[in-house]
Design a protein around this ligand. Structure first.
Ligand code: ZN
Length: 179
């Protein structure tokens, strides 16, 4: 079964590489289509809300995102459509930041509070070779920035300035239950 064991963890050098962009003709290939299917399976099995190809040792610029309101790992989030993005580029629309508690399947068991720009536009190519632009804010803007970071060798813990804002997941979920 595909799942956690297929996901690279912090310390693996592939997670620190800048991933290669896709050539357009590669996107429709059966190899890429089966990579996408495999990524959804691994993400769902691991209970994630996003996954980037480098997390499964494919150092290429592909990430998938789907927020699910019934997620155990992220209680209280709203569901989103499925997003499949190749070669994404972020444009920051504001200097204002927002903070969210983030987790990562490559950094299991931890949560950290990360401040990121609150409004962004993402340019990317989708699985049908269409160029897309998405304007995002709120938690979804954070999730996109987190996944795109993976394509450039960054992990969310790199972006935490106050180390007191790193927690073990069980402590985090305990606090959340009491809110
Ligand atoms: Zn991650």
């Amino acid at each position: 079964m595909l799942g956690h064991k297929d996901i690279l963890k912090m310390g693996n050098p592939i997670l620190r590489q800048v991933a290669e962009p896709f050539m357009l003709e590669e996107i429709k290939s059966s190899e890429t289509q089966s990579l996408i299917k495999k990524m959804w399976k691994i993400m769902d099995e691991a209970g994630g809300i996003g996954l980037a190809a480098p997390q499964i040792a494919v150092s290429k610029q592909l990430a998938i995102i789907r927020l699910d309101e019934s997620s155990d790992r992220y209680p209280g989030i709203e569901s989103s459509p499925e997003y499949i993005m190749f070669n994404p580029i972020i444009n920051y629309l504001t200097d204002e930041t927002q903070g969210h508690w983030e987790g990562c399947l490559s950094v299991p068991g931890l949560r950290g509070f990360v401040e990121r720009p609150s409004k962004i536009a993402i340019n990317f190519t989708d699985e049908n070779l269409e160029s897309k632009i998405l304007n995002l804010d709120g938690f979804l803007a954070t999730v996109f920035q987190h996944e795109i970071d993976h394509l450039f060798g960054k992990l969310y813990i790199d972006r935490i300035s106050n180390k007191e804002l790193i927690m073990y997941e069980d402590e985090f979920l305990k606090i959340n239950e009491n809110l």
